[in-house]
Every structure is written in C-alpha cells, then in structure tokens.
Design a protein around this ligand. Sequence first.
Ligand SMILES: CC(C)(COP(=O)(O)OP(=O)(O)OC[C@H]1O[C@@H](n2cnc3c(N)ncnc32)[C@H](O)[C@@H]1OP(=O)(O)O)[C@@H](O)C(=O)NCCC(=O)NCCS
Length: 333
Amino acid sequence: MGKITASITGIQGYVPDYILTNKELETLVDTNDEWIISRTGIKERRILKGEGKGSSDMGAEAVKGLLEKTNSTAEEIDLIICATATPDMIFPSTACVIADKVGAINCFAYDLMAACSGFLYALSTASKFIETGTYKKVVVVGADKMSSIVDYQDRATCIIFGDGAGAVMLEPTEDGLGIQDAILRSDGSGREFLHMKAGGSVKPASYATIDAREHFVFQDGQTVFKSAVKNMADVSGEIMERNNLTADDVAWLVPHQANKRIIDATSRRMGVEDEKVMKNIEKYGNTTNGTIPLCLWEWENQLNKGDNIILAAFGGGFTWGSIYLKWAYDSNK
Ligand SMILES: CC(C)(COP(=O)(O)OP(=O)(O)OC[C@H]1O[C@@H](n2cnc3c(N)ncnc32)[C@H](O)[C@@H]1OP(=O)(O)O)[C@@H](O)C(=O)NCCC(=O)NCCS
C-alpha cells in the first residue's frame, strides 16, 4: 500500500451578484478609478446584500455546488472546516451553520481563524485528518463577508475588500497526488498593523467603540505591503527549494489576492512567469479566505492531473504560508 495523501477532488466557488465598482466607490470616498487600479489592480468587487445574510450563506452555496460536482452526499461529509475572518457570529461557528444549511448531519465542524492565511491553514489541518486515515471526506471552506467589517468612509481600506467564498473536497489517494508539503508561519508582533480594534474580549462593543469606528478593519497599508511581499516570496521560495522544484516545474502559482503589486512582486522573486500566476483580483478584490479557492475554481478547466501548484498567502496576525500540491484530476477532460 502506498502512502495516503490528501487530494483535492473538487472545487466550487460562490460570489454574490452585486458588483461594487471603483466608480461607485468614488461616490463614497475621495478616490478615483485610476488610483485604485494602479495601486491595487482592483476594478470591482462583489458585495453580499440582504438582511440576515452572512458568510455561511456564501459558504453553504459553495458546498452545495461542491457536493454536486463530486457526486457526494451531505451525509457522507466527515468534517467541515471553515476558514473565516467574518464569522456569522462569534459563536456558534460558521462551519456548524454551513453544515446545517447543507444537511451535513454526520460531520463535526469548526472554524479556523488566521485572517487571509486561513484557507491555507485549514487546508493543511484538514490534510492531516486524511493522511492519518481518520476521515474520507473533508470539506474546507473559505468564506468572508468583508463588507460587514469594512469602513466605507475609509478610503485606504474600503477599496480593497470584497465578499466571496470557495470550498474544496479533500479525499485520500495513494497515487502520490494531492498535498505534498506545507510551510505555515505566524508572528503575532505584527498584530498592530492589521486588526479590528473592538468587538473581542479586550474591548467589547460599546457606544464608545462604535463612535470611534473601531469595529472595522484597521490597516497600516505600507507595513502590511512590505511584510506580505517579503514573507509570501520567502516561504514560496522555501517550499520550492525543499521540494527541488524550479520555476519551470511549477504549473501554477495561486497567490492570495491582496494587491496586484504584491502578487507580481512575489511571482517575480520566485521566477514564475506571469502566464502561470492566477489573478482575479481585478474582479473580486481581496475576499480574504475566499481568494485562493475562487482562483482554483475559475482556473479549474485549465488544470491537469499532476500539475505542480504552489499556493501562497499572507494576512493579519501576521500569518503566512505556502502549500505545494499536485493537482489530482483532469478537469477539462
Ligand atoms: C493600501 C494600499 C493599496 C495603499 O497603497 P500605497 O501605495 O501603500 O499608498 P499609501 O498608503 O502610501 O498612500 C499614498 C497616498 O495615497 C493616498 N490614498 C490612500 N488611499 C487612497 C485612495 N483609495 N484613493 C486615493 N488616494 C489614496 C494616501 O492618503 C496617500 O496620500 P498622501 O501621500 O497625500 O499622504 C497598499 O499599501 C496595500 O495594498 N497594502 C497591503 C494591503 C493588503 O495586502 N492587505 C491585506 C493583507 S492580507
């Protein structure tokens, strides 16, 4: 018997219909289309509208589509891990809500919070349950309704974020495909540069925190930018080296979509050509835990069995990491 590895056997994304364009942002804050495109590469983002709608609604839509594509039933799911920075509520977990919405009655479910690196952390965690032979079908969801924590009076942050979700199915294989390696890192001393000031146990919600607009994303853009470029490139380089991969061996780089300039700087430092870099930031902005699965979903038809794929992310915490996987199926055949 070969070694058991965890393969992605299906991918599904979900983005809400409403399109928030740069033009519309011009009506909300002092900004302009040209500045946003040249500094971030973003033209539009999706926004989840509707009373009572949260991250779980987008995550559940992605999981429903995933079950259909993988010919799986909700009852067969052993575990759902939802990576999110915008849970429906602090508790219960959004993963529990998603499980209920899709009818996954035989699984256990929990959330994982690592800001924009959450999807990678969750994918790596989930892969261990498969590799040890513990479970057969694990669903990893990345879902964020960033519009719920974005201050549409703050031009430095409101231009960046959007809403969206994606989900992958992980199953065991013995053919050597699937997740090969992961390097995950964190450094909590970076917390002051990217965080939400209030609403947690240190500073619970009060009239004062609301008046001070502290329930929104706060970001020191330049510090985050520099750290993201350095750490995403370093960790991706490290995973290539550790697995004896040259840039030619890499079929696709799937970077977290935070800023087109961060993506370009990372791929340049890795030596990976632009044609092999998945980028959809132009349409969706930074959907936090949604970015990587949304890319895989949109590129699915171009992926071939055996393709070497590098995933890379950076986010609040600071958190960052890279995963090397071999794509497990021919999506276009
Ligand atoms: C936020 C970000 C786009 C800002 O770009 P930048 O090139 O660093 O811009 P700066 O913050 O240096 O601001 C430059 C100028 O543009 C202005 N500016 C900021 N936002 C603006 C906007 N939306 N429209 C127009 N001008 C803007 C600033 O006020 C500043 O003006 P000043 O020079 O008169 O003070 C960039 O720092 C970034 O992408 N950071 C990382 C974000 C990220 O990845 N976050 C998520 C991590 S997972």
